[in-house]
Design a protein around this ligand. Structure first.
Ligand SMILES: [Zn+2]
Ligand SMILES: [Zn+2]
Length: 344
């Protein structure tokens, strides 16, 4: 039996191929993809034709999906054909110093899973053991596919160590900025969202932002943003969700003394950031990075979506069949779509 798989071949080059449906090996599962979602990382990877950590071309493409178990490899217990599951896109080794410290996202041997834009996907043993979660019957597949980005967002928010009712600037209202907004608002924080796109700011308000600011693209907006904090002295925390170095600089300039800056969006390789040393020193700023997710935050993301702590459906702009993936990616590049559901 054959199925269709989308391959990434290089910068802005994808191809729909027909291949034999893989057979699950020992300890593995074969999952039928019921819904995959496009992600800002997919757009970045599509543009650049690769990712330093996640994949090397030519490769099956896509990493956010949910589906149903089709067949089980030898020795797999606890699953039956038809079980509804979501699988996170990475699996840690479980025994390096980072894994032992609960920082599995930094695992020296973190494996990544790609190939969500396909009819079927083989789930390697490590992912079956560490990264597969069963889904409640009433959790729609396209919502469950958002477990991965939500797990990243939960990890990023954890890292900030916010007090109760903190005031947080979320810079960037793309899919990740909007999920950050929804998750922070659900935790009772006051969110101010900044983005050049008024439509996206409207979605931010729907998802719980209390204030929104339309900013110019490319940063240089700190002076306009700081007055939107309650007392005008800056935000308790600023989170970048743009991956633009000039915006990282704005984020640093937008927090109050003692504030936390979370540089969440991944910038282009080789870029650097000038820091106002006096401000970091005298204002005791905490400037941090956050990357990816951990098994604990994946579990929490599954639980949040199951318990409907937040409703991420305003992020799903459209639905397309597999063959229209390129159109979906281009509509994201044009900032028309936020996320697109791909139904193989
Ligand atoms: Zn993603
Ligand atoms: Zn490890």
């Amino acid at each position: 039996m054959k199925h269709r798989v989308i391959y990434l071949l290089g910068p802005e080059r994808i191809e729909l191929r027909e291949e034999p449906v893989p057979a699950p090996g020992e300890g593995e599962l074969l999952v039928r993809v019921r819904a995959a979602t496009t992600c800002g990382t997919d757009v970045k990877v599509f543009r650049r034709g690769g990712h330093p950590r996640m994949l090397r071309v030519p490769t099956p493409f896509g990493h956010e999906f949910a589906g149903s178990v089709e067949t089980l490899g030898a020795g797999v217990g606890g699953y039956e054909p038809g079980d509804r599951v979501v699988v996170a896109n990475s699996a840690p080794c479980g025994h390096c110093p980072y894994c032992e410290a609960g920082r599995e996202n930094l695992c020296r041997d973190l494996e990544y899973l790609n190939g969500a834009f396909a009819e079927y996907i083989r789930i390697p043993r490590r992912f079956v053991e560490a990264s597969t979660h069963r889904l409640d019957p009433d959790l729609p597949y396209e919502v469950a596919a958002l477990v991965e980005p939500l797990a990243c967002v939960v990890h990023g928010i954890d890292a900030c160590g916010l007090g109760d009712g903190a005031e947080v600037l979320v810079y960037g209202a793309g899919p990740i900025g909007l999920l950050l907004t929804a998750a922070l608002a659900a935790q009772g924080h006051r969110v101010v969202a900044a983005d050049p796109n008024p439509k996206r700011l409207g979605v931010a308000r729907t998802l719980g932002a209390q204030d929104t600011v339309e900013v110019a693209r490319g940063g240089g907006e700190a002076e306009r943003l700081r007055p939107h904090s309650r007392d005008g002295d800056g935000f308790d925390c600023a989170i970048d969700a743009t991956g633009v170095p000039a915006v990282w600089q704005d984020a640093v300039a937008c927090v109050r003394p003692g504030g936390v800056v979370n540089l969440f969006g991944g910038c282009a390789p080789g870029t650097t950031l000038p820091l106002d040393t006096a401000s970091v020193h005298y204002n005791e700023l905490t400037v941090m990075g956050a990357y990816h997710h951990r098994p604990a935050t994946v579990s929490r993301a599954v639980e949040m979506l199951t318990r409907k702590v937040l409703d991420p459906r305003p992020l799903l702009s459209a639905e397309v069949p597999l063959q229209d993936l390129e159109k979906a990616l281009r509509s994201m590049m044009a900032k028309e779509a936020l996320k697109v559901v791909v139904r193989p």
